[in-house]
Design a binder for this molecule. Structure first.
Ligand code: SF4
Length: 499
């Protein structure tokens, strides 16, 4: 009998080919038609997330399962931040909001329906919204997120609705593990609990994934990493979804605090450390790309990943806006973005040519303060997150994010926050910023983290590789000694802010 993890029926969809660069900069060895579909999707392409924005519309309030990391007082924690409540919209309100955002933020290329419940537990609202958006804004790519329970019943509808990308949250392929995550599901007018519920759920999820892959829909799998419950098991999940044609796997840390009132939050279930998360992501990387830039966005998120502009687009504000969809303006803007992106890749490759001949096994981690566009363009004091790059003679590889509370508050630096930030990036050799004040600069130097501001407003890859080249040179000449830095911090789940 074929086991769940050894499925051979539709290994890497014929339409998608091997998912080889969903989270890397540039096209890599992706077929042209797949590259065209992911190149401006901020979640499916790590590089695109510097340049393109997405929005979610909260039109799907109901859900058909219960997860132990979710509290129904708030949005679904499968697809949005626990403890966050979105403004729920009708399909008509949602389409007006999409046009308002597309007019104001021309780099918004993707619309997703990600709750606040489950998109497919609310089929009428979900598909009506998608139809209205297709008519009003035909250049916007459509996505939806689901727990997968209802998925096999809606594959044809999803194809007809011209949905480009589907995210399925799959946390297990073993019902015994599933029973520890899902207390119940509601399926075919009946409530199921325990192992039986988890068995139905996993079968439906994998069946839905296979059906979508066969129809050429790009699928991303979200998995929530829950230490001592499914952490080791997610390697099996990774194999099971890879063999069924998933394009990208996004392993996210459990966010669990008592204030959110979730079963896991209340019973003290911890989230993973940053190191545990990275180790698991590294173990799963190979046959499928791992997404490492997910912000666990809220169900009404708007803007570049990592920024939250949803407050600018409440229903009241959208009703007052002069909403006019200008396709030509959007195309012209996106053309400029593409040109910038080409220059950025070329600059990085040129710098890499200088370092790739070096014989050195050194790898270092650096933190970068950025507001987007692939540039070092954020002040140290204003940064609410740092992007982490692993530097080696192979280049600069994006490996994750660290969220922090900004050092600068109302124009003044907060000493306590500086020590927390230094703790949160203590495994980094350097921090790249557009600007930094004297106090944090000397604090970082004392902590052994080099503040680097000479590459302000320059491209991240080019600048970090240039710095790394100089670093390796100093080590070779004996001017400095290379030492591995400390272990990464515990994942700061209780301090993650909504985006
Ligand atoms: S939750 Fe993750 S995958 Fe979804 S839009 Fe945000 S970054 Fe992308």
């Amino acid at each position: 009998m074929q086991s769940i993890t050894e499925h051979k029926g539709c290994r890497a969809s014929a339409k998608t080919g091997r998912a080889s660069c969903g989270s890397q900069a540039g096209r890599g060895d992706l077929p042209v038609e797949i590259w065209e579909r992911v190149k401006n999707h901020p979640c499916y392409s790590e590089d695109a997330h510097h340049h393109y924005a997405r929005m979610h519309v909260a039109v799907a309030p109901a859900c058909n399962i219960q997860c132990n990391y979710c509290n129904r007082k708030y949005d679904c924690a499968n697809e949005s931040r626990p403890g966050v409540v979105s403004e729920k919209l009708t399909p008509e309100q949602a389409v007006r909001k999409v046009i308002a955002v597309a007019t104001t933020i021309p780099q918004m290329t993707v619309l997703g329906i990600a709750g606040p419940g489950d998109a497919l537990a609310n089929p009428a609202k979900t598909f009506k919204t998608l139809a209205l958006v297709t008519e009003a804004a035909p250049d916007i790519k459509l996505c939806l997120s689901t727990n997968g329970l209802a998925l096999p019943d809606y594959v044809d509808t999803i194809v007809r609705a011209k949905v480009d990308h589907v995210t399925i949250t799959i946390n297990m392929v073993d019902p015994e593990i599933g029973a520890k995550i899902y207390p119940w599901i509601f399926f075919n007018h009946k409530r199921y609990t325990g192992i039986e519920a988890a068995r139905i759920l996993t079968n439906r999820q994998l069946q839905g994934l296979e059906m979508l892959s066969e129809r050429g829909i790009l699928c991303k799998i979200n998995s929530v990493m829950i230490p001592n419950i499914n952490d080791d098991h997610l390697v099996e999940v990774n194999k099971a979804v890879t063999s069924r044609g998933a394009f990208l796997h996004n392993i996210m840390p459990l966010i669990s605090v008592p204030e959110h009132g979730t079963a896991f939050g209340l019973n003290g279930q911890r989230g993973p450390t940053a190191q545990e998360l990275k180790t698991l992501q590294d173990a799963c990387e190979g046959k499928i790309n791992m997404m490492r830039h997910c912000r666990q966005c809220r169900a009404d998120a708007v803007g570049l990943l990592g920024e939250d502009r949803s407050a600018e687009f409440t229903s009241d504000q959208v009703m007052k806006m002069d909403v006019h969809y200008d396709l030509e303006m959007r195309k012209a803007y996106q053309k400029r973005v593409e040109n910038e992106r080409v220059s950025k890749v070329a600059a990085g490759q040129k710098e890499l040519a200088g370092v790739s001949g070096e014989m050195s096994a050194i790898t270092v981690l650096v933190a970068v303060a950025t507001k987007g566009s692939g540039l070092i363009n954020e002040h140290f004091g204003h940064a609410n997150e740092f992007q982490l790059y692993e530097l080696s003679t192979s280049g600069a590889k994006f490996v994750g994010l660290r969220r922090v509370e900004g050092y600068c508050q109302a124009g003044y630096g907060e000493e306590d926050r500086l020590s927390v930030i230094m703790r949160d990036i203590r495994d980094c050799h350097a921090v790249f910023v557009a600007k930094i004040g004297g106090c944090p600069k000397s604090g970082l130097i004392k902590a052994g983290i080099e503040p680097v501001d000479q590459f302000a407003y320059e491209y991240i890859e080019k600048s970090t590789i240039a710095w790394f080249r100089a670093y390796v040179g100093k080590v070779k000449r004996g001017e400095i000694q290379h030492v591995q830095r400390g272990v990464p911090p515990r994942w700061p789940g209780d301090r993650i802010s909504a985006a």
